[in-house]
Ligand binder design. Structure first.
Ligand code: NAP
Length: 520
């Protein structure tokens, strides 16, 4: 059992009672009374608070956190120990004492005497490091178990990079005893969401972002809905989007909605990897090096800015299969983990872009042969689109602010190029924006002057936030046919879904989720 726990941080009985009721209705499976938050702390107040929480019928942990380990209020050790001992006697299911304090003989004596009186109450011995990782997580765990073998060790450290999570995840996977390991901070989010998969005795979620009691807690509503808490099992397969930043990504919402709708035992996470090739390689190596034990359950990744070239480099160096088109494009946006941790790399941006364009024009790909196309941008998406158009022999001209990049791309794909400010002279049947111009928050910008847009043209904007960019609005007014970036996004995600699961994604669910998110 892994309990989805909410820490109750009210300062008086009324607040505590209200928070407990909200936590219960939001789906909490356990509550932790943070007595250190209580104003003018005394036993009577803790007793009343416990009574209010007992009314929820949820299991209760009582703690009175030491200030040096993240507590609020500088309560004396003697008072805090008395609160825990009394809570144990009065029916708390768990009390949580800092391991550093428990080794004090007086504290130990008071706590163990109380536990002897109520053998149903279990002791959590916790250690928190707000600065970084512990020197040796395994040693700390072993020391706690040696000190009090019946205790549930709770080891909470700060992850400064996502790669700091693996040590904690490994300890959990290797342990068969009740144990709590969590990494704090944004970089540690994965340990909080995956607590159930790796068998952590509990994880914490906040009632709201304002009511979080430790850095990096995810809101309980997100844990339940977006991150599928009730569906997570030991064998749940994991996928995720690797990028930096990834907070804005729609991918967790759309993949998880499809897993849900299609009854697939899988979960999709945002995976922020800060740094470059080295950090990217480290992340994958942590998974591949544990392939014989299941590679932490990861099955594949979507890859976005700035790691598409790192993914290509990684697969080219140590991977199994590299899709030739991904090599041509110079970017891998999909990684699939095979047996033994072998990694293969693909690019689905290409298929997404070509599919969106052809569907809107109601043509087959080969019918783009000799069609004159003006493409703005020579970055990652520009490369994928240029590769697709070159393959079918379209007459492509690449316009870019940094003309050298347009020239290099044009040279690679045997097409023409121009300075972006010469776009007024373009003569094209199809216009494609592959820059970020017009993207939120700069929604009043367009890469193409309005006068260039004509009736009968097809105008495709790869930007999908907003759906209706200024370029598309002006194109519609000019009588052109328009294609928004969501059409490409949905198609590339559907291709990824197929690579990840071998199944066709439920397009209706995917569309509903994408348009639902984008219309907010
Ligand atoms: P990228 O590699 O960073 O390339 C950005 C491109 O935009 C470059 O050509 C850059 O020109 C140009 N650019 C940026 N700001 C500009 C400005 N103010 N004026 C003129 N040119 C500017 O990014 P990417 O991966 O290709 O992504 C580009 C856009 O595609 C994203 O912003 C996103 O909206 C969209 N996208 C859509 C999907 C989808 O599925 N629909 C997927 C991924 C991305 P320089 O070379 O001069 O810097």
């Amino acid at each position: 059992m892994s309990y989805l726990t909410v820490a109750i941080s009210g300062s008086d009985k009324k607040q505590i009672s209200a928070q407990a009721a909200r936590a219960k209705s939001a789906g909490a499976e356990m509550l932790e009374l943070r007595a250190d938050y209580i104003e003018e702390l005394d036993w009577k107040k803790v007793k009343h608070a416990m009574k209010a929480i007992f009314a929820t019928d949820l299991p209760l942990i009582v703690t009175c956190r030491d200030k040096s380990e993240g507590g609020v209020g500088d309560w004396p050790l003697q008072l805090r120990t008395e609160m825990l001992a009394s809570a144990a006697r009065k029916g708390a299911n768990f009390i949580d004492c800092e391991y550093a304090n428990f080794v004090n003989p007086e504290v130990r004596q008071q706590i163990t005497e109380a536990l002897d009186e109520n053998p149903d109450c279990r002791l959590i011995l916790s250690a928190h490091n707000f600065e970084g990782k512990f020197d040796d997580l395994q040693d700390l765990h072993d020391d706690i178990k040696k000190e009090y073998p019946e205790a549930i060790p709770k080891l909470v450290y700060t992850a400064s990079h996502i790669n700091d999570c693996f040590e904690g995840m490994e300890l959990l996977e290797n342990s068969s005893d009740d144990l709590i390991v969590l990494a704090m901070g944004q970089a540690g989010m994965m340990t909080r969401i995956l607590a159930k998969k790796y068998g952590s005795f509990l994880t914490f979620a906040s009632l709201s972002s304002d009511e979080s009691t430790a850095p990096g807690q995810v809101e309980i509503s997100e844990m339940k809905k977006l991150y599928r808490w009730d569906s997570i099992k030991e064998k749940t397969e994991l996928f995720g989007v690797i990028g930096d930043p990834v907070g804005h990504s729609l991918s967790p919402a759309i993949f998880n909605a499809c897993f849900d709708a299609q009854g697939i035992n899988a979960l999709y996470l945002p995976i922020q990897i800060q740094g470059a090739q080295h950090e990217f390689d480290d992340f994958l190596n942590n998974i591949v090096n544990r392939a014989d034990k299941g590679g932490f359950g990861f099955g594949g990744f979507s890859v976005t800015i700035p790691h598409k070239a790192h993914a290509l480099e990684h697969v080219a160096r140590v991977g199994e299969t590299l899709e030739p088109l991904a090599a041509d494009i110079g970017a891998v946006n999909t990684l699939k983990l095979g047996i033994g941790g072998k990694i293969s790399g693909y690019n689905t941006d290409y298929a997404g872009a070509m599919g969106a364009l052809c569907a809107s024009m109601d043509i087959e790909k080969h019918q783009l042969h000799k069609v004159s196309i003006a493409m703005v941008g020579a970055g990652g998406v520009g490369r994928a689109v240029a590769a697709g158009l070159a393959e079918v022999g379209a007459h492509l001209t690449i316009y870019n602010r940094t003309v050298e990049k347009a020239a290099a791309l044009a040279d690679e794909f045997n097409c023409k190029y121009e300075w972006l400010d010469r776009i007024d002279n373009m003569d094209a049947q199809v216009v494609i924006n592959c820059t970020s111009i017009g993207m939120h928050p700069n929604v009043d910008a367009s890469p193409v002057p309005e006068a260039c847009l004509k009736k009968g043209m097809t105008v495709f904007d790869t930007v999908y936030n907003p759906l209706d960019t200024l370029l598309l609005k002006q194109a519609k007014e000019a009588g052109a046919k328009t294609v928004n970036g969501a059409e490409m996004f949905i198609r590339q995600a559907m291709a990824q879904f197929k690579l990840f699961t071998g199944e066709q994604a439920d397009e209706k669910t995917m569309r509903k989720t994408v348009f639902g998110c984008l219309s907010k």
